[in-house]
Design a protein around this ligand. Structure first.
Ligand SMILES: Cc1ncc(COP(=O)(O)O)c(C=O)c1O
Length: 402
């Protein structure tokens, strides 16, 4: 008789990571006829397939086998220089030597967590939070503290009080059009946060995957730019990515950081994956050299603005006062609320029957969930689908008896 096998004993850190509710919803998104407002992915119909296709068609593997070879951990030299030029357009003065190419900004988050956080160290995030950031900091066994946030972003006054009482190692912020709220942190709060970080020695982890997708209002300076101007640039680790402005499947992002943080992150990256994909780096570098990114950004901004307007208009028309939502100035998300007593998870259960899915907002809270909230992504929604989605949502809300 064979002995019953003991299940493998996994590391304790795995107990701190939960599967993302968004991923779990994807199976419903694939049901034929379903309209999904759930996925937080960029619009594939807005990818520059012509530009990318031309680069791929022009690849000459025989004369340049290096594109299939191992490459430097820090990233391709030419790509890092091109990223420095791109950053200058965002008001960030970075030397290529301080730019680490990563496998998306998600790897930047993981690297930052690994080099900064020992088990039990505190990190503050805004509430509600980007789910995969919660996962990355959970895997690092950090103590996660969430700060309230509103339409102007993280409540910096709350953070200041907290920092006066206890040691906090880092603060994670998405200042522009964050996921899930779409909110923009006000200039006043940005300044105050940078001042606070400089005074207390807390690291600011600035995640900026969406900033280039601004379609309304004037751009605000990044925390990195403000910190550099205030002489405390070393306090900030800045993360960004080509996922939302070019194509996420390439898995190319980057980190900007001080010399000492750079050395640590490069060391950690050696252990994780040696380097980011050589071929993807080559494609991104060639794309930047082609000069097509600027015009493509205009296409993306206009596309997302139209989709946002279509969804906001349809929600107002079909749901009226039954729903309230933010008006994001960029990015891909509307953060919405039903009436106080409504449970968005119940509405979702009826939504699945009526052919529409979204993410109930409670999924984005590490603590103190607000059950009447929901995240609606407009990135994949055409104006006609927006009308239909809002109508189905209204039916689901009625069926939930709310
Ligand atoms: C706030 C935020 N940060 C980081 C990422 C990760 O993006 P990527 O790893 O594709 O660059 C995402 C993706 O949705 C995001 O919403």
């Amino acid at each position: 008789m064979t002995q019953p096998r003991k299940p493998p004993e996994f590391a304790t850190r795995m107990q701190r990571v939960q599967s993302s509710a968004v991923r779990d919803l994807l199976k419903h998104s694939r049901t034929p006829g379903m309209i999904s407002l759930a996925g937080g992915i960029p619009a594939s119909d807005l990818f520059d397939l012509e530009g990318l296709g031309a680069i791929i068609a022009g690849l000459d593997a025989r004369s340049d086998p290096g594109i299939f070879q191992y490459s430097e951990t820090e990233g391709d030299r030419g790509l890092r220089a091109a990223i420095a030029t791109l950053l200058a357009t965002r008001g960030i003065a970075a030397k290529p030597d301080n730019i680490l190419v990563t496998a998306g900004s998600q790897q930047g988050l993981d690297l930052a967590a690994r080099i900064l956080l020992s088990p039990g160290d505190r990190i503050i995030l805004e509430r509600p939070s980007y789910l995969a950031a919660l996962q990355a900091f959970g895997l690092a066994e950090a103590q996660i503290v969430t700060a309230p946030s509103d339409a102007d972003g993280m409540d910096v006054g709350w953070v200041e009080d907290r920092l006066a009482r206890e040691r906090v190692k880092a603060i994670y912020v998405v200042p522009d059009f964050g996921n899930p709220t779409g909110a923009t942190m006000s200039l006043e709060r940005r300044r105050r946060l940078v001042e606070l970080a400089g005074r207390t020695g807390t690291v600011l982890l600035e995640d900026d995957p969406y900033g280039a997708l601004r379609f309304a209002g004037a751009p605000l300076p990044s925390l990195q730019a403000l910190a550099t101007a205030a002489g405390v640039g070393e306090q900030v680790i800045y993360l960004s990515s080509f996922s939302k402005i070019l194509a996420p499947g390439l898995r190319i992002g980057w980190m900007v950081m001080s010399d000492s943080a750079f050395r640590q992150a490069a060391l950690a990256k050696q252990a994780i994956d040696l380097h980011s994909c050589s071929l993807s780096q080559h494609i991104v570098a060639a794309y930047l050299a082609s000069g097509r990114l600027g015009p493509r950004l205009q296409v993306l901004r206009e596309g997302y603005r139209q989709r946002r307007d279509a969804l906001m208009g349809a929600l107002r028309e079909r749901l009226g006062d039954a729903i309230r939502f933010s008006e994001p100035a960029g990015g891909m998300f509307l953060w919405a609320r039903f009436g106080e007593a409504v449970d968005a998870a119940r509405v979702l259960a009826h939504g699945i029957e009526h052919g529409v899915v979204f993410v109930p907002g409670a999924a984005f809270y590490a603590e103190h969930p607000e059950h009447n909230t929901l995240r609606l992504s407009y990135s994949m929604i055409t104006p006609a689908a927006a009308q239909e989605a809002a109508q189905r949502l209204a039916r689901a809300l009625a069926a939930a008896g709310e």
